[in-house]
Each structure stands twice: as structure tokens, then as C-alpha cells.
Write a protein that binds this ligand. Structure first.
Ligand code: ADP
Ligand code: ASP
Ligand code: MG
Length: 439
């Protein structure tokens, strides 16, 4: 069985819901995970903000506006009065429920109940639409099987068992629709898997049912055409290893967050990224397979600051790196790239909030140099150390560009260069020419 996830934009209007319905009715049995209609979760957060601030009028105004929008969606979505009425009643009940929270104390607990409404409504709408179209579609209530434990981590054993029980109630359904994002916590309260968590839901369900594939449908084909940060002139990236996808995620590539695909990666279930606007395109497949020796993509990230700490005391000393790292840790600043020599260490950071304090503290241990407006360029692919030649190719591409740091060997899938931001375009072009176009 396949698991398909459609994000907020893919179900963002009655028209988009109809298109999703068309896409998923091919006779194959499947589980479909849906987000809230785009903008809804943000609006529910806004409503909660008013309630935290004890402004029920402010909240009510937004609630009414959102409800009016949904009324319109319902009118556009269904062709029969029966389904219009049925869905309208459901939506009214949910909004009345939201309103009931404007009268009492408001805490994190109430906020989570409110945030859950977006997915509860979107899945009800799509299930009703499919049923109106005569499709054997069933709504699987995520709150009955999606659960986190005392550490707020999903509980895979519980999920597997309870989901199987839900599926057994309607073994012959063609399409099982369920809510992304929402769950219950260890105390049985309504909770969620954090913003954007519908992808996580899909990955968890995929692992629980041992799916043949998890498809993440979005409105963008961000891996290539739309993303200026990724350069690959020859062809779109068709296939990535989970680790390659994780490397690219740091660069803001519009792919999945690594933690979201963890369950799929462990269960060895391929994840395919597809574009709702171009449904017949093959998309990008992420799996545990590597394409031997192939370089996949080049990505870049701006606004990087490089810091070098040079100390003759570091020579043959131990504990130096720990002291340096502890300074960054104490200012909650994560280090991205790191290069060391016997007498110095260079690191790069992208969060400069505490730069001055960090520099001050580092000066205890050596001479400190800072370079700002730098850029990380990252080459991603099967760069296993025993493969030969790719380092030379990448370095050759950087021949005319001043390189501040080079990092390789941290993973089998990445080689990174730190250069000046102003040289970024030239570097990306040259790497693309050398690595993909064999110039
Ligand atoms: P979806 O989940 O289908 O992407 P959302 O409404 O949740 O839909 O996303 C809102 C917008 O965020 C999308 O239109 C898209 O441009 C952008 N977006 C979606 N996914 C990502 C991503 N992984 N990284 C960055 N931007 C994204
Ligand atoms: N609706 C939730 C959000 O906007 C979850 C999701 O779309 O993945 O964050
Ligand atoms: Mg989303």
C-alpha cells in the first residue's frame, strides 16, 4: 500500500481539493494524509494569540472570518444539497467548538485543541467530496492511532497496532483519508507533531503499514527549477539518498526535513516528492540506494561567518577543541563547518546573535580572526572516500576562486567550500560546468 501526503497548498481551495480527488482515485487502495487548507493553521495560531491575550472579541472576529471562508469552500466543493448540508453542519460544529474556548481560561492545552481543527475540517471535506463522487473513501481518525510518548516522541508500536485496528474496520475501502500533524500525547490529550508535521505523519504511517512508497505531494517542484540555490543544469534531481537529502535540507532546499523522514529511512521505505501542479512528472525519489559515484547537486547558503582561532598552545595539547566548542554551546550557537590544523581551528556559523560575546571568550585561547559575508557551497552526491577523482574535479572548478575553508569526510555525501558571498555565482556556475556538463 502507498501513503500519499498532500500539503496545505495542495488542498488550499475547493478546486485544488477536486484535483487531489482526481489524482488519488485510480482504483488502488491507499492512505492519504492531508494538511489543513493553507493559511488555516496560521489563522488558528492567530486566534490562540488573541485568547492568550484575553481578547475574545479579537479572536471572535477572526473565527467568524475563517468560518465564512469555509462556508464558501463548501458551496464550491459539493454539487448536491445533501453533501453541502452535511459538511456545513460539521464545520459549524467545529467552529462552535472553537468559540467555546473564547469564554474560559486559555492554556497550551486549549491551543492544541484549536490547532487540530484545520486538519479535522480538511479531511472531513475531502472524504465527503469523495463519497459524493461515489468513491469508497473512509476517514481514519488520527487521534485514535497517532500518539506520542512521555518524551513527546511518536510511539511506533502503539501507532502500528491502533492503525491496523482502524484499517480492519473497513478492509475494503479504496481510500483511507487521515489527518496529518495532529496526535494525542502520553496523557491522551490532543497534541501535534509541530508545525509542518504532516510530512512526519505520512512517514510514521508509511513505516507502520510497511508501505511500498510514501509520496509527498506539494505545490512546488522546489528541488530544481524554482530554487535558485540549487544548480544542476543537466537534469532535475531524480534520485537522492536519504543522507543526500539531509545534506541539502540545511541549504533550505525545498525538500523534507530529515527528522520527518527518519521513520521511512529506518523502515527502508522510499519517499517520493511529487508536484501537484505537474502530476505526471516523475518527481524526486529519496531512498537508501546510492547511485554509485554520481554527483547530484550543488547548493549554497549565504550569510555565513567564519571564525579562526590560532594558538601555538594547541600544538600537541588536548582539550583545546572542547574549550572552543563549549564557548559556542554556551551561546546556543551551532557550528556548521569545521576545519582543524595542528595549530588552529576554523569554524563557520550562520547565527551571529552572540558573535561579540563568542569572540570575546575565544580570545582567551588564541588569536581570533573573523570573516563575514561568506557563503557555504556544498556538493552533494556519492562522495565515498574510496571513489577517486571527484575531489580533483570540484577543486579544479574552484581554481580561480579564493577558498577560505574546505570540508570533506564528515559524511560520505558531501564536500563543502567556504567562499566569499560575492564569488558565489561564479563558483556555482563553475561547479555546475565541471561536475554536470563535463566542461
Ligand atoms: P505544502 O505543505 O503543500 O508545501 P503549505 O501550505 O504547508 O503547503 O506550504 C506553504 C508554502 O510553503 C508552499 O506554497 C511552498 O511554497 C512552501 N513550502 C512548502 N514546503 C516547503 C519546504 N519543505 N521548504 C520550504 N518551503 C516550503
Ligand atoms: N497544518 C500544519 C501546519 O501548517 C501541519 C502541516 O501542514 O504540515 O503547520
Ligand atoms: Mg505544509
Amino acid at each position: 500500500m502507498k501513503v500519499l501526503k498532500f500539503g496545505g497548498t495542495s488542498v488550499g481551495s475547493a478546486q485544488r481539493m477536486k484535483e487531489v480527488a482526481k489524482l488519488i482515485t485510480d482504483g488502488e487502495q491507499k492512505i492519504v494524509v492531508l494538511s489543513a487548507m493553507s493559511g488555516t493553521t496560521n489563522t488558528l495560531v492567530e486566534i490562540s494569540d488573541y485568547l492568550y491575550k484575553k481578547n475574545p472579541e479579537g479572536a471572535n472576529e477572526i473565527i467568524n472570518r475563517l468560518e465564512a471562508k469555509y462556508k464558501q469552500h463548501v458551496n464550491e466543493l459539493y454539487s448536491t444539497d445533501e453533501y453541502k448540508q452535511k459538511t456545513q453542519e460539521f464545520i459549524k460544529a467545529q467552529f462552535d467548538y472553537i468559540r467555546s474556548y473564547t469564554k474560559d481560561i486559555f492554556t497550551l492545552f486549549e491551543e492544541k485543541v484549536i490547532l487540530a481543527q484545520g486538519e479535522l475540517i480538511s479531511t472531513n471535506m475531502v472524504t465527503n467530496y469523495l463519497q459524493e463522487q461515489g468513491v469508497n473513501a473512509i476517514l481514519l481518525p488520527a487521534l485514535e492511532f497517532m500518539r506520542t510518548d512521555k518524551n513527546s516522541e511518536p510511539d511506533p508500536v502503539y501507532i502500528k497496532e491502533k492503525l491496523a485496528a482502524q484499517l480492519e474496520i473497513h478492509p475494503d475501502a479504496e481510500i483511507y483519508i487521515t489527518q496529518g500533524f495532529i496526535c494525542r500525547n502520553a496523557y491522551g490529550e490532543i497534541d501535534n507533531l509541530q508545525r509542518g508535521g504532516s510530512d512526519y505523519t505520512a512517514s510514521l504511517i508509511g513505516a507502520a503499514v510497511n508501505a511500498s512508497e510514501i509520496q509527498i505531494w506539494t505545490d512546488i517542484d522546489g528541488m530544481h527549477d524554482n530554487d535558485p540555490r540549487i544548480v544542476d543544469k543537466t537534469s532535475p534531481v531524480r534520485h537522492l539518498h536519504f543522507e543526500e537529502a539531509a545534506e541539502l535540507a540545511y541549504f533550505g532546499a525545498k525538500i523534507l526535513h530529515p527528522t520527518c523522514v527518519q521513520p521511512a529511512k529506518y523502515a527502508n521505505i522510499p519517499v517520493r516528492l511529487l508536484n501537484t501542479m505537474e502530476p505526471t512528472a516523475p518527481g524526486t525519489l529519496i531512498s537508501n540506494d546510492t547511485e554509485k559515484g554520481k554527483t547530484k547537486a550543488v547548493a549554497a547558503k549565504d550569510n555565513i561567518t567564519a571564525i579562526k582561532i590560532k594558538s601555538s598552545r594547541m600544538l600537541l595539547a588536548h582539550g583545546f577543541l572542547r574549550k572552543v566548542f563549549e564557548i559556542f554551546e554556551s551561546y546556543q550557537t551551532s557550528i556548521d563547518m569545521i576545519c582543524t590544523s595542528e595549530v588552529g581551528v576554523s569554524v563557520s556559523i550562520d547565527n551571529t546573535k552572540h558573535l561579540n560575546e563568542i569572540l570575546d571568550d575565544l580570545k582567551k585561547y588564541g588569536t581570533v580572526t573573523v570573516d563575514q559575508d561568506m557563503c557555504i557551497i556544498c556538493v552533494v552526491g556519492d562522495l565515498e572516500w574510496e571513489n577517486v577523482g571527484f575531489e580533483a574535479k570540484a577543486l579544479d572548478a574552484m581554481r580561480d576562486i579564493p577558498v577560505r575553508m574546505i570540508s570533506f569526510g564528515g559524511s560520505n555525501y558531501n564536500i563543502s567550500f567556504l567562499i566569499r558571498e560575492e564569488d558565489k555565482k561564479k563558483a556555482l556556475q563553475s561547479l555546475s560546468d565541471h561536475l554536470f556538463n563535463n566542461k
